[in-house]
Write a protein that binds this ligand. Structure first.
Ligand SMILES: *Cc1c(COP(=O)(O)O)cnc(C)c1O
Length: 408
């Protein structure tokens, strides 16, 4: 166990002895890259030529008029290549893999978005790629599995445990232990053992740097509040990081699922169900029972459905710097519908969690106050879930006809 990478007691790196040298190498490579000004410039250049950076800050004029309070701005991470902020993290880590001279990347994925992003990065940089995915998720997320395979990745269905994201993480670590010399593990969010929370936050912090400049140019002052959804915490840390020292209220919104008192949610910080523990190599709030067994989580947004949360966010909750709220599935679908109709934007179901809380609070603010919502990703990927939620009979007929065509 290494005593570093702690945030007010959260975080750390609880590693098997065999992985210690690999984590040291990763940390040294990251430190050297960080100290090299040319590295950040190269990263920004890659992101601006491959992934639509800087992403715009959009004034949501119609939503602002609708709520009649704060001026609502939306940071457009949905415009990244592969449709979400995940591109920032995978391309950044890809540059580090090149520096380490490794030739293969592995990753865990739950909803499949991080798997697609990693497979895309691997195709671009010419790395071999293996994606670990719980067998249950492989079945639920066929469109993403299809794209990962087209991109040249091997997708390995994990049959251990409950066959979901946490089991895929364990399996990815097992692969890493046997292939450390050639392989880098591209962890997908600001979680896991040190230095991942810091490193993922570093790459995602481009979001907040841009947003800060953009909102100052647009309104002449800092925003009053910023809202971001929280799965593992990478898009939230990405936008919050540039404002931590300012008088700007930061609000993280977790998956309230069917309600935070129903046991069917993924609110580790905004419910009473989370407790501090050590699992998967780091210390944070987990949804676990009294014996430390991980609980099952639920959310309409597959990308928010994780038992742990960034140790950096856990410390920011403890210090009171970030406020945490939860949005229920029903509220999320309503906020999504309103945003689509008022602005012609389709936020991902994950991102729509941030919109829910912003919509609750915007009417109580004045036009002097600007707020920013981080639209972490685009919602086209959610067509199956959203069409079900709206109970659209024409969509159901379409799916039925497709299925019947295969039987014929
Ligand atoms: C993966 C994902 C999330 C959740 O991940 P964080 O690390 O909490 O940002 C949120 N939004 C979208 C669109 C995602 O794909």
């Amino acid at each position: 166990m290494i005593e570093r990478g702690y945030y007010d007691g959260f975080g750390g790196a609880f590693l098997p002895e065999v992985l210690v040298a690999t984590f040291d190498e990763l940390e040294q490579t990251f430190r050297a890259a960080k100290a090299d000004e040319g590295f950040w410039q190269e990263y920004v250049r890659v992101m601006s030529t491959y992934s639509c950076r800087p992403t715009p800050l959009t004034f949501a004029e119609n939503l602002t008029r609708h709520f009649g309070g704060a001026r609502i701005y939306i940071k457009r991470e949905d415009l990244n290549h592969t449709g979400a902020h995940k591109a920032n993290n995978v391309m950044g880590q890809g540059l580090l893999v090149k520096r380490m001279g490794k030739s293969r990347v592995i990753a865990e994925t739950g909803a499949g978005q991080h798997g697609v992003a990693t497979a895309t990065m691997a195709a671009r940089f010419g790395f071999k790629c293996t994606i670990y995915m719980g067998e249950v998720d492989v079945q639920r997320q066929r469109p993403n599995v299809f794209w990962m395979e087209r991109l040249g990745a091997e997708v390995v269905p994990v049959t251990e445990g409950t066959r979901i994201l946490k089991d895929a993480i364990n399996e990815a670590f097992r692969d890493w232990v046997t292939n450390m010399d050639t392989t880098h593990y591209v962890l997908g969010t600001a979680c896991g053992p040190h230095p991942f929370p810091e490193m993922v936050t570093y790459f995602q912090s481009l979001i907040g740097q841009e947003a800060r400049e953009q909102v100052l140019a647009e309104t002449g002052r800092l925003p009053h509040r910023i809202y971001a959804c929280v799965g593992g915490g990478s898009n939230a840390m990405g936008i919050f990081n540039a404002f931590l020292k300012d008088e700007v209220e930061l609000v993280g919104v977790e998956a309230g699922g069917k309600g935070v008192t129903t046991g069917q949610h993924a609110a580790r910080l905004a419910s009473e169900d989370g407790s501090v523990g050590v699992a998967q190599g780091y210390k944070t709030f987990f949804l676990q029972d009294e014996d430390g067994q991980m609980m099952e989580t639920h959310s309409v947004a597959a990308g928010l459905d994780y038992v742990g949360v960034s140790p950096i966010l856990a410390s920011l909750k403890q210090s009171g710097r970030v406020r945490f709220e939860a949005a229920t599935d029903t509220e999320v679908v309503e906020a999504l519908q309103l945003t689509i109709q008022k602005e012609g934007l389709i936020p991902a179901l994950e991102s729509a969690h941030g919109f829910v809380q912003a919509f609750k609070e915007a009417p109580q603010m004045s036009a002097e106050n600007a707020i920013i919502i981080n639209q972490s990703g685009r919602g086209d990927k959610d067509i199956f879930t959203v069409a079900d939620a709206f109970n659209d009979p024409k969509w159901q007929a379409f799916i039925k006809a497709k299925a019947e065509a295969y039987h014929a």
